[in-house]
Design a protein around this ligand. Structure first.
Ligand code: 6MZ
Length: 338
């Protein structure tokens, strides 16, 4: 089963770029771009992936600063993007949607940031057997003006690279910022054809959850605190919930893997996809998440194939790309029928 899941051609729909670098890749980036010795990094890396029992979601957001420093130059960002794509490809991910928050600093504007990521995705796709899309992220703890700039840049980049820039992610610390303030920017993006992947119900905030469901989205990140009627809403509107088992448990929004809402979603046949969120920070891979689902909930091979099929359906890929993925999945499963 483990071999079957590791080699299964997979689809990753919820991955934050700066959270997706595994420790070895962080070391490689630090050494090759900044000339830092691996030893200097050992303690920092340990802290990066260590979560105390009972950790809180708020603490997670402090972890990203460590990688953000390494991706604060064009060269660092380019290298990091290529490494992240390489790592997903190594895990037999055939299709990846990466999200990242454009940042401006002395080295780069937000435009430079996004252009660098797009170029690096193109380079990486030439090297590895993987299709990659980009969802620029709106960080809800930043001002609305930044969100407006991100949407404007995304619409522009989407004109040049419609096969790469396909949507907008709404993320960041859910205890900061008000969703309703960002609705006009998100609406503009949607009106111009960008899909919306919204972190929704990652914490228990019934008013905001109601606002988000009413506003609508193409995919829902986490959905941890949705009620049964919230799940029914997702089913009625065919909105998949992006389930991130290890992330939710390590960040303390779900108590144990066996208590994860994936079980209820499976039983109620609500659309769902299995994702990593931040496979670097949470020290996991998409294969590990499938293995965990198999070990915890007894997911069979055919259920894992079914989940991958759902991920293909709910991806922001073109119909041709979806067909290609289905054929790849089909030919893999035919070879492993016995
Ligand atoms: C909400 C999250 C997140 O954008 O710098 N991010 N937002 N919930 C989560 N659950 C744990 N994990 C990551 O990647 C890191 C950024 O993604 C968002 C946060 O804004 C974080 O700073 P990028 O590539």
């Amino acid at each position: 089963m483990i071999k079957f899941l590791r080699e299964l051609p997979k689809v990753e729909l919820h991955a934050h770029l700066n959270g997706s670098l595994c420790i070895d890749s962080i070391r490689e980036l630090a050494e090759n771009v900044y000339g830092k010795q691996a030893e200097e990094f050992t303690a920092m890396c340990e802290r990066f992936i260590t979560f105390e029992k009972g950790a809180k979601l708020n603490e997670c957001f402090e972890k990203f600063g460590f990688v953000h420093e390494l991706t604060s130059t064009r060269k660092g960002l380019q290298y990091a993007t290529e490494l992240a794509v390489r790592d997903f490809a190594k895990d037999n991910v055939m299709y990846l949607e990466l999200r990242t928050t454009p940042k401006s600093n002395a080295n780069m504007s937000r435009r430079d940031y996004l252009e660098t990521v797009v170029e690096s995705i193109k380079n990486a796709c030439n090297q590895y057997a993987i299709t990659v899309k980009l969802l620029p992220s709106i960080n809800r703890s930043e001002p609305v003006e930044v969100a407006e700039e991100t949407v404007a840049l995304s619409l522009e980049l989407c004109q040049n690279d419609p096969d790469i820039v396909v949507g907008i992610d709404f993320s960041g610390n859910p205890s900061q910022g008000k969703f309703s303030d960002f609705m006009p920017a998100l609406e503009l993006a949607r009106k111009h054809g960008l899909k919306l992947a919204v972190h929704c119900a990652e914490i228990d905030n019934p008013t905001e959850i109601r606002e988000m469901l009413k506003f609508g989205m193409s995919r829902c990140g986490h959905g941890t605190f949705l009620s049964s009627s919230g799940f029914a809403h997702m089913k009625d509107h065919n909105i998949p919930i992006e389930c991130c088992l290890t992330s939710n448990v390590k960040s303390g929004t779900v108590s144990t893997v066996s208590a994860h809402h994936l079980k209820e979603l499976m039983e109620a046949d609500v659309p769902k996809v299995l994702c990593t969120d931040d496979c670097g920070v949470f020290d996991t891979t998409l294969s590990d998440e499938f293995i965990l689902a198999n070990e915890t909930f007894g997911l069979t091979k055919s259920q894992c194939i079914g989940l991958t099929m759902e991920a293909i359906q709910h991806s922001f890929a073109t119909p041709q790309e979806k067909l290609k993925m289905k054929m790849q999945l089909y030919s893999y499963t035919r070879r492993h029928e016995n």
